[in-house]
Write a protein that binds this ligand. Structure first.
Ligand SMILES: NC(=O)c1ccc[n+]([C@@H]2O[C@H](COP(=O)([O-])OP(=O)(O)OC[C@H]3O[C@@H](n4cnc5c(N)ncnc54)[C@H](O)[C@@H]3O)[C@@H](O)[C@H]2O)c1
Length: 295
């Protein structure tokens, strides 16, 4: 199996690469290293440093002769998408168009990492048929990119991910709330909780995401699937769980709710279960325990 993973130097992408290498695939990472780093690319994978917004990337991808392209490269910051929507559009829409061109030219299937949280907006158990209600340019552009991916000539899978966590996630970026909290607790720093902390999220472990993407990559079906746990955890519950696991009483401060923060984001996972036979294997308590233990 010959695979290209865009964004393979990033958090989720590097776990995907690891998984394909374990399946003896020939993997090329395409990443501009704007958010990821060279050291994160697992040994055994090739790295082509390049920007997906540059049309010449198409040639570089096709030269690898991939049968599958997993497209994880993205502008991932919601707040940056608000501050600079044109940049977000360039990476997340035009960049996706280039990746789909490459897939069409190479005869490859495309698996695209979309965002359930950003696409559905406020959602308590959203199924894939729920109306999209993105509240940020990031969410709107992910939706536009999904439409481009659906035009792929050789099959596609769209994975609408919930909030992903696990080893390798950076604690200095927005979004990775678990990584941020763990880092702060390890340093003995105070945790800032936006709003009242009762907002709930569907936290899915990156190993579960990698296994779901592998299933989506392997099927002949084209479709859109939520990749989540279906379980909501509030930020207050999360802080309590982390404190318990780390044996500390977290120092917290409640600060202003962030613009665009939804009250609940929880996804339904019946479709991926019934159509592809995938279910998440890692409960939040176990995933957090593993993360804190360093794995
Ligand atoms: N982390 C989450 O909870 C989450 C949730 C939903 C969806 N997603 C999606 O999953 C994918 C991976 O996210 P992540 O959390 O691993 O983020 P990440 O920032 O760790 O990885 C993104 C990678 O894309 C690369 N990249 C960015 N712009 C690029 C460009 N123009 N050309 C080439 N490479 C570029 C970065 O260098 C980085 O390595 C993204 O598409 C993101 O939208 C993530």
């Amino acid at each position: 199996m010959r695979v290209v993973v865009t964004g393979g130097a990033g958090f989720i992408g590097s776990h995907i690469v690891q998984r394909y290498l374990a399946e003896s695939a020939d993997v090329l990472v395409v990443d501009d290293l704007s958010g990821g780093h060279r050291e994160a690319v697992p040994a055994g994978a090739g790295l082509a440093v390049g920007d997906i917004t540059d049309p010449s990337i198409v040639e570089g991808i096709v030269a690898h002769r991939p049968q599958l392209i997993v497209h994880a490269a993205a502008q991932v910051s919601v707040s940056r998408s608000v501050a600079d929507p044109e940049h977000d559009r360039a990476v997340n829409v035009a960049g996706t168009r280039n990746v789909v061109h490459a897939a069409n030219a190479a005869g490859a299937r495309v698996v695209f990492l979309s965002s359930g949280g950003a696409v559905y907006g406020e959602a308590d158990g959203a199924a894939e048929t729920a109306p999209a209600a993105p509240i940020s340019p990031y969410g709107r552009h992910k939706l536009e990119a999904e439409a481009i991916v659906r035009e792929s000539a050789h099959g596609y899978g769209i994975a609408r991910l919930a909030n992903v966590y696990g080893p390798g996630q950076r604690g200095d970026l927005e979004g990775g709330v678990i990584a941020i909290f763990v880092e702060r607790l390890q340093r003995g720093d105070r945790i800032d909780i936006h709003g009242d902390g009762e907002q709930r999220r569907d936290f899915v472990h990156v190993d579960d995401v990698a296994s779901a993407l592998s299933v989506i990559g392997a099927t002949d079906r084209s479709g859109t699937w939520n990749v989540a746990t279906g379980v909501g955890t509030s930020i207050n519950q999360l802080v309590a769980k982390l404190g318990g696991l780390m044996g500390v009483v977290p120092a917290t401060r409640y600060v202003a709710r962030r613009d665009g923060d939804v009250g609940i984001s929880r996804l339904a996972i019946a479709r991926i279960g019934s159509e592809l036979g995938w279910t998440p294997g890692i409960r939040i308590d176990d995933g957090l325990a593993r993360l804190i233990a360093g794995g």
